[in-house]
Design a protein around this ligand. Structure first.
Ligand SMILES: [Fe+2]
Length: 130
């Protein structure tokens, strides 16, 4: 479980709400895995994570550009790289991979999202609309 902490707050409500939702979806996946549910119940959770991440990435990139955030370019590249990873994982899952891959997806995504929010997205803290 990833707890929401002040260290994850960018101070931009739309972005923070998105991040809360992303973390909630990761925690939902965590609960499902701990209950030992089957792949057919896990794939929709990973699909949601994939879809929602992309929607969020687009919103966040546009917002960073609007407020002239110094992390805007690095953020966009990090999103591209991570979205490609999500696509690869989902494609493998849909063609019959084991639940051990889902555990890897959950572990890697949790690690990436936590570090990315703190190290890249939180650069938004000093940025405001001109
Ligand atoms: Fe980001």
């Amino acid at each position: 479980m990833i707890p929401w902490t002040p260290a994850l707050e960018t101070g931009h409500p739309t972005i923070d709400d998105d991040h809360r939702k992303l973390i909630a979806s990761l925690n939902e996946l965590d609960s499902a895995l701990k209950k030992g549910v089957g792949k057919e119940q896990v794939i929709p959770l990973v699909s949601f994570l994939n879809r929602y991440s992309r929607e969020h990435f687009a919103r966040e990139e546009a917002h960073m550009t609007r407020v002239n955030c110094p992390s805007a370019v690095a953020n966009k590249q990090a999103h591209l790289d991570f979205a490609a990873k999500l696509d690869g994982w989902l494609a493998t899952l849909q063609t019959g991979a084991s639940l051990s891959l889902v555990l890897e997806v959950h572990r890697e995504t949790s690690r990436w999202i936590g570090a990315h929010i703190v190290n890249v997205d939180c650069k938004l803290r000093g940025c405001r609309l001109a």
